[in-house]
Design a binder for this molecule. Structure first.
Ligand code: PMP
Length: 286
């Protein structure tokens, strides 16, 4: 049985609970982060904590603990659950004021709720899906307008994932005003004539921690990067496509809406970036 963390306590998962008045439960009033563990060490922890701080700040939410303490909790959960490869999920909500009200509770009397748990994923970096590449479909982006904040309101991305599975694909790319925003839980890229193209940062996509690292490595390797929106037609005519996220790293996309991308196999740029990303991030893991 897993050991999880709830508001200052390490507990067996069956004994951990939060209030029915928690605003995460009632209002999706919460933010989260997912940090990958490889060989028992945390990948890009500082990046995830910096984004957590930003999400909290944008929503006027109290920081539940100092980052040094959060690092200790991450490490203790890795140890207690003997995680070699896997994920650590962290969620902060605006707490449980003891009633339901649209107005935010006073932070002086309502403390944020902090929950953390692990998911073991043995062999995560050697996933056969990543080696084969994934199929995606395009769907309308019907999410709210502050996708740069990593909130727990994941109903539409979850519906998108179901639409993809029903269509025989692994994921969906969301489209707004004729341009791809991102995948249901990842950032989206195409490669054309050696140039890597991915949507520019703004409020319409999540600022992926993996995206930042991958673009840094690409530029260091003298690859050309264009941060701009692209269309589904451009993606269909691209040489390659791929996605990035903390748990998928860099994963090739080989098919979009039933049309093969490039020669329908994982492309060299995606494969190279995946290798570089995994090598460099393992070296820097803490
Ligand atoms: N976009 C969305 C909508 C996501 O949910 C995620 C994963 N949380 C990402 C992009 C990728 O972000 P990261 O690289 O930080 O995992």
């Amino acid at each position: 049985m897993r050991t999880v963390y709830v508001n200052g306590e390490y507990l067996p998962e069956t004994q951990a609970s939060v209030s029915i008045f928690d605003r995460g439960f009632l209002m999706a009033d919460g933010v989260y982060e997912v940090t990958t563990v490889l060989d028992g060490r945390l990948i890009d922890f500082d990046g995830h904590m910096a984004r957590l701080e930003r999400s909290l700040c944008e929503l006027d939410m109290t920081k539940p603990a100092q980052f040094d303490d959060l690092l200790d909790i991450h490490r203790e959960l890795v140890r207690a659950n003997a995680i070699t490869d896997g994920l650590i999920y962290l969620q902060v909500t605006r707490g449980a004021p003891g009633d339901r009200d649209f107005a935010f509770p006073d932070p002086a009397t309502t403390e944020p709720t902090l929950v953390m748990f692990t998911q073991s994923k043995p062999g995560l970096p050697d996933s056969p899906t990543a080696a084969a590449g994934i199929k995606v479909i395009s769907i309308d982006d019907l999410r709210w307008g502050r996708r740069d904040i990593k909130t727990v309101q994941l109903l539409y991305p979850s519906m998108g994932k179901m639409m993809a599975l029903k269509a025989g694909a692994e994921d969906a790319w969301m489209v707004e005003d004729g341009h791809v925003t991102e995948g249901t839980s990842n950032n989206a890229y195409i490669v054309k004539d050696g140039r890597i193209i991915t949507r520019d940062l703004g409020t319409d996509i999540l600022h992926g921690i993996t995206r930042a690292a991958v673009l840094r490595f690409a530029r260091e390797a003298q690859m050309e990067v264009e941060e701009r929106a692209f269309t589904i037609d451009e993606a269909k005519a691209a040489d390659e496509a791929f996605i990035t996220s903390a748990s998928a790293f860099v994963t090739p996309v080989i098919d979009l809406d039933g049309a093969a991308i490039g020669d329908g196999r994982p492309g060299p740029v995606a494969q190279r970036l995946r290798e570089v990303y995994l090598d460099e991030m393992r070296k820097a893991a803490i």
